[in-house]
Design a protein around this ligand. Structure first.
Ligand SMILES: Cc1cc2nc3c(=O)[nH]c(=O)nc-3n(C[C@H](O)[C@H](O)[C@H](O)COP(=O)(O)O)c2cc1C
Length: 311
């Protein structure tokens, strides 16, 4: 492993909040950071073409220093444009650039982006190489087991490593599986034996204890869906059991306030809905509470209703 790879110095296990489009926005990252000083944070995946042409898309990358360590995740399929964007964003104080080679959604794949690049390994490597050459920051990759099976995972990841990837995260599903079935971590453990860069496992984790339990030879793990409305997800079961309903309400209000700091009221309330179910689970009459909060017409009404749940 090259001594200049910063991930080799990172405290083990490396624990990360998985990048999620529409979920891991600035507000949620800040809430997660306050409760988890060491968790690695990622932006939502962002199109290099979008960054090139739209100020609104560039907005997605904005962050505050408290979010560090924070990586920007990019998707696209043009090595030269990756290099250009990497150069442009490198001096903005971010911790690294992650390349998405795993998104299986139709909209992404039919344009040859995300998981489609698993079927074009040479191009995927050119993207990693061009990006790594264009920046002083570490370049990382997030991908899946493969397109329809894990047969090529090891040669694919080895070539990404040779192209300059300094850390790789594997979601233990194939692109074809989408989000169906169960994540299989066995090929990820096998992969780690073949690489010298750090490897993170991802898929179906419900919490930090489970992540540590499944770690084996890996360098870390990443949690995605289980974090919705549950920024405590990385904590141990024991510590999570101490989180009170009042704590949940207070963090929920903090989260909404963070959204309001850069979103209009109606948009902030709509964005927040994704997390609502997670926050109120465990409450008596959670369904009723969720519906009442969902129907709030303004942030102050939301806050009032939320506080009344624990008064
Ligand atoms: C709503 C949603 C959005 C996602 N967006 C991204 C993304 O922008 N970039 C990415 O690499 N993966 C994305 N993913 C995949 C997650 O990062 C993660 O790999 C996947 O959810 C499996 O982990 P989990 O079982 O812990 O959720 C997304 C997943 C979900 C559910």
């Amino acid at each position: 492993m090259s001594p200049e790879n910063p991930w080799t110095l990172f405290k083990r296990p490396i624990v990360a909040l998985a990048p999620m489009d529409g979920v891991t926005d600035r507000a949620f990252r800040q809430v997660v950071r306050r409760l988890n000083p060491e968790v690695l944070l990622y932006s939502e995946f962002t199109s290099i073409n979008g960054i090139e042409h739209s100020g609104q898309v560039r907005e997605r990358l904005r962050f505050e220093n408290m979010e560090l360590p924070y990586l920007v995740q990019l998707f696209g399929r043009e090595p030269a444009l990756f290099a250009k964007i990497a150069q442009e964003i490198s001096d903005q104080g971010i911790s690294g650039i992650d390349i998405n080679l795993g998104c299986p959604s139709k909209r992404i794949v039919q344009n040859g982006n995300g998981a489609a690049l698993i079927k074009e390994p040479d191009l995927a490597c050119q993207i990693v190489e061009a990006t790594a050459k264009a920046t002083h920051l570490p370049v990382t990759v997030k991908t899946r087991l493969g397109w329809s099976d894990a047969e090529n995972l090891i040669p694919f990841a080895k070539s990404l490593e040779s192209a300059g990837a300094q850390l790789i995260t594997i979601h233990g599903r194939t692109a074809k599986m989408g989000y169906r079935g169960e994540a299989d971590w066995e090929p990820i453990y096998e992969l780690k034996k073949a690489l010298s860069i750090p490897v993170l496992g991802n898929g179906d984790l419900r919490g930090g204890d489970q992540g540590k339990g499944q770690l084996k030879n890996l360098d870390g793990f990443m949690i995605g869906r289980a974090s919705l409305g549950n920024p405590w997800v990385f904590w141990s079961e024991e510590k999570r059991a101490e989180v009170t309903l009042r704590d949940k309400i207070e963090v929920m209000i903090e989260h909404l306030q963070a959204l309001l700091s850069y979103q209009p009221e109606h948009k902030a309330l709509i964005e927040f809905r994704k997390h609502l179910g997670g926050y109120v689970s465990g409450f008596r009459d959670a369904k009723v509470a969720r519906r009442e909060l969902m129907e709030s017409q303004s942030p102050s009404e939301f806050t009032q209703r939320a506080l009344s749940l624990v008064s």
